[in-house]
Design a protein around this ligand. Sequence first.
Ligand code: ADP
Ligand code: MG
Length: 438
Amino acid sequence: MIVQDTTEILDRILERVKSVDPVNTRKWFDELTPVSFDGGLLQVGCQEPSWAQYLQDCCLTTFTHAAQSITGHLVGVQFVVTGRQEAMPDASAARPTVRLHPDYTFDSFVVGPCNRLAHASCIAVSQNPGMIYNPLFLYGNVGLGKTHLLHAVCHDARKQAPDVNIRFQSCEEFVNGFISAIEQGSLTEFQNQYRSVDILIIDDIQFLREREQSQEEFFHTFNALYNNRKQIVLTADCAPQDLPALEDRLISRFKWGLVARLDAPSYETRIAIIKKKANLRGLALPDNVAELIAEQIKTNIRELEGALTVIYATARAAGQPINLELAKQALGVQEAAAVRSIAMTDIVRAVSEQFDVRITDLQSKKRSQSIALPRQICMYLARSLTRHSLEEIGGHLGGRDHSTVVHSCSKIETMYKADADFRDRIDKLTGWIMQNNK
Ligand code: ADP
Ligand code: MG
């Protein structure tokens, strides 16, 4: 197969992917390059490691199906990093690669009065780690861009200094790593990993509450890094002083540097964000549709994106371009789903039947994997299909607290994005619940 053909194959694959999966398509797909097509394997070159990661997580199935139908052969697709040398993860180094989302950069972050301070402080930190605001503590409700800014800090800090040693983890990963280090007797190694970094970023630090030993460990990690003028960036769903059941000495340290709050975006900022998201996907969005979305959804930016997705999916299914009429219809469907008063019991019953677990087990404290996953799916569905609070959802499913529900939802969301079969299963389940509650 000569290169010309491979180029043509990739072009046609991209065309196909854009039409079947516009929501996951990104403008930078145009910069992908054919590397080789040999022995049934098509290698696609990516300029950034985060592109390869994203394609692997979100688009592998779509690319593979497209490649197979275009070539008529059983082709596998592999994403390889071909880009700038300094952007490549250093394979020889023992340090773990930070998984960065290519969408979450400073360029794609819309700045408004609601997040100006958080944004400016993140830029300052990525340019001069450890020098200006240390620690930097960001807080705000879910879906307001905290995690996005953390990824942007990593992207930028890496650009400034490709060798910078960054550790970026959720607080839960820190806690789990700590627990397994104790179990395996590798605490010193664990401590060294954390204390040898230039930048430590921990997302959702509220997860430390009521975990006394992990708090103690984090306290020492914090001190070690702080004393060596290494940068610490933390996020939480509330201000340091409101973090429940956290030791005072930690809370006071969290306030040593800069504390920046993220608020819900104004109407104008919401419009700018929607346009930015559409632009990132290379999609045309009429102004009046952006306005409609911004009017309908006010508090959570993730929901703005969800609305955009629903509108594109509806347009594709109808084979029509996006216009106000179609958008109203698409969002109307979403609204109806919310008000159609789906009850927790409907969700639990459906999951119990589909996953063959007992309702009483879903509502128990049992932790075995065969029950935990369906229970997490219940939480995820309750979040999207009902108006119940996190506490109510957790209460209904064995008395879990709100952070467990948040964590479960984000875990299922990640699986939903990464795994086409899983997505299919959840979509069918959702359809089934809605169908049965008309
Ligand atoms: P949080 O961590 O605060 O819960 P995320 O960072 O996960 O929120 O943001 C949720 C979604 O909203 C992400 O897709 C993110 O890109 C988007 N988002 C949030 N704020 C902005 C912004 N100011 N500009 C562009 N996108 C944003
Ligand atoms: Mg987050």
